[in-house]
Design a protein around this ligand. Structure first.
Ligand SMILES: C[S@@+](CC[C@H](N)C(=O)[O-])C[C@H]1O[C@@H](n2cnc3c(N)ncnc32)[C@H](O)[C@@H]1O
Length: 582
């Protein structure tokens, strides 16, 4: 029977029967039962009906069978994981933690009884974690000198290539092929969905660098060890997939193991600033007394920095990176037996009632960082920021002043020891979640807008002060640029009108990077979008909208901060809030 108009009504009816069925399954099978088939069955069944132009005689029988098979398939896979973990010496209590599938977050960990602060809810043997030291590929990795994440990506591909023969088979069978982070999106998706956002350039660069890494380091190994390595498992797609798993689920284990995949610990989902559980470790006996966190941190930073080329997103991730998927060595609250350095632990940091999800934290991260590393966003994320590139500021300058004027004022600003964030090649200014611009940007705009005579006077005073810029230059600057006593650096309030106008222009220029669609259109699109079926679109819209809301706040800030300078009021000295370190 072909699908006709009349049939589409049946598809709708089918869908509503499905929804009722799912609700019913949910009641019977608990949290996982109803939800797990949402994405697969609910949308697949009517689509299949339309595509193939027929209906199964009894949709409900079909759905029921399918739901059962999906449910039991996951159930079987979870059971296999638990069996594997028990055999490898993982410890957790079956009456304390349950694992369920949710359409939005994938697998989640729930409390099956009340959990108390300080309780160790899981222990993971370091030797059972998948690292460059434990993998069967260790020799190849060491001979080839594959460090850090590169080596771990190779280890994951290698163990995957062994399928059932891998000692991690029971773990790998439950891992997704890849995490839906932007590095695995197509270039078209990156350009289309991330255009204008803080992630756009970063992800473009990531993709190029990851490809180069693979070509330089992995590809040659396939020729060197053809008998040991099946190229099917070491291709560029497999490398991107492994990198996505590392970015979303690897942990820093210790100085000896470095980063690795930690089964069980990686089942906990994230909640910003409201986690219930912490991941902890003691340094292994093989290690020196060096601080584990610091050592590994350094290695991670080197690699991540290379990857992100000083991207602001990465810098903010790194700044908060001592929590999240990292080690918290907390000797007071930890009940790891003093000499048991071979185990990692998950410790409750607050009470959790029975039936609720148990969350870890991956750090205090804004949406750009969350999407970048983990492939999801949060609706109201107070760690969001937006950046205004120095290039954009210079573009605004050249629309207002001659090149000579702009160059002289920027170099004067630098001479006063001010700088933006990032490196010389990719400098940017942060706008906070509340829409407040970084003080260095305000000062640069002030200097840029100074009338020539005031500027020359100031330039002369600073030159006379010579090497004493640090002590007297700032005072001179304060006296000349901020004659308004109401200006308060901590509140950054009461700016001259021309600076406010400059901020408004910069907000418009930054906004134009998002393309022709307005924020209202984005909000409407988000309302129509399904997180489960259109994950990439959904998360990129949340990112765009929240960034644009910050620009809106910047505009409000600029409109409300305006005050006509009153040169007769007593002068207030500006105190520097940041200092260049290099
Ligand atoms: C360490 S794993 C957590 C376990 C994972 N849910 C699973 O199915 O195995 C990290 C991944 O879980 C998902 N995730 C974690 N927290 C989330 C959240 N708050 N919202 C949506 N997805 C989340 C993301 O896909 C992320 O990349």
């Amino acid at each position: 029977m072909r699908v006709c108009e009349h049939d589409s009504l049946r598809v709708r009816k089918w869908k509503s029967e499905l929804l009722a069925f799912l609700a019913e399954t949910k009641r019977h099978c608990g949290i996982g039962g109803g939800n797990l088939c949402n994405s697969e069955t609910l949308y697949a069944a009517p689509a299949m009906a339309s595509r193939y132009g027929y209906y199964l005689p009894s949709p409900l029988i079909f759905i029921e069978n399918r739901t059962r098979s999906v449910y039991f398939c996951l159930h079987r896979r979870l059971r296999a994981l638990k069996h594997w973990m028990k055999s490898k010496g993982f410890q957790w209590s079956d009456d304390a933690l349950g694992f369920v599938e949710t359409p939005e977050e994938g697998i989640a960990v729930r409390a099956l009884r009340e959990l108390k602060e300080g309780e160790v809810v899981a222990k993971m043997p370091k030797e059972a974690c998948l690292t460059t030291k434990t993998s069967g590929a260790r020799e190849i990795i060491e001979e080839a000198g594959l460090d850090g994440h590169l080596g771990l990506a190779f280890a994951i591909m290698y163990e995957r290539s062994l399928a059932g023969d891998s000692p991690w088979a029971g773990y790998l069978q439950l891992l997704p092929d890849q995490e839906c982070v932007p590095i695995v999106w197509t270039l078209h998706e990156v350009n289309h969905l991330l255009c204008g956002t803080e992630l756009h350039q970063t992800v473009q660069e990531d993709k190029t660098l990851i490809y180069e890494d693979w070509k330089e380091n992995i590809l040659p190994l396939l020729d060197l060890a053809p008998s040991k390595l099946n190229p099917k498992f070491f291709g560029i797609e497999q490398y991107f997939a492994a990198k996505s798993l590392i970015s979303s689920r690897s942990f820093e284990i210790d100085d000896y193991h470095g980063f690795g995949m930690v089964p069980l610990a990686d089942l906990f989902n994230h909640k910003t600033g409201a986690e219930d559980v912490h991941f902890t470790a003691m340094p292994s006996n093989d290690e020196s007394d060096t601080d584990v966190d610091d050592c590994n941190n350094e290695e991670g930073i080197v690699e991540e920095e290379a990857l992100a080329q000083n991207s602001s997103i990465y810098m903010s991730e790194l700044n908060t990176a001592n929590i999240g998927n990292r080690i918290v060595i907390d000797s007071e609250s930890s009940s790891v037996s003093e000499d048991d350095t071979s185990m990692l632990e998950m410790i409750m940091i607050k009470d959790v009632s029975s039936g609720t999800e148990v969350f870890n934290t991956y750090g205090l991260l804004g949406n750009a960082a969350l999407l970048h590393r983990y492939g999801f966003t949060e609706q109201d994320n107070s760690y969001d920021i937006i950046n205004i590139d120095m290039k954009l500021v210079l573009q605004w300058c050249s629309s207002m002043f001659s090149d000579r004027h702009s160059r002289a004022r920027v170099s004067f600003w630098r001479r006063l020891d001010y700088s933006a964030c990032g490196s010389q090649n990719s400098e940017y200014f942060e706008i906070s979640f509340d829409g407040e611009p970084q003080i260095e940007l305000l000062i640069l705009l002030h200097i840029m807008l100074l009338p020539d005579d005031a500027y020359h006077k100031l330039d002369l005073s600073v030159s006379i002060a010579g090497n004493c810029v640090e002590s007297s230059g700032t005072t001179l600057l304060n006296d000349n640029i901020f004659p308004n006593k109401a200006f308060n650096t901590s509140k950054k309030s009461m700016l001259p009108k021309n600076v406010c106008d400059a901020l408004l222009s910069l907000a418009d220029m930054r906004e134009s990077l998002y393309g022709l669609k307005s924020i209202e259109e984005d909000i409407e699109a988000l309302g129509r979008c399904s997180l489960v079926r259109e994950k990439k679109l959904y998360n990129s819209l949340v990112l765009r909208i929240n960034e644009r809301k910050i620009l809106r706040k910047l505009r409000n800030y600029a409109s409300q901060s305006f005050k006509t300078p009153n040169h007769s009021s007593p002068r207030k000295k500006l105190k520097r809030t940041t200092k260049r370190t290099s």
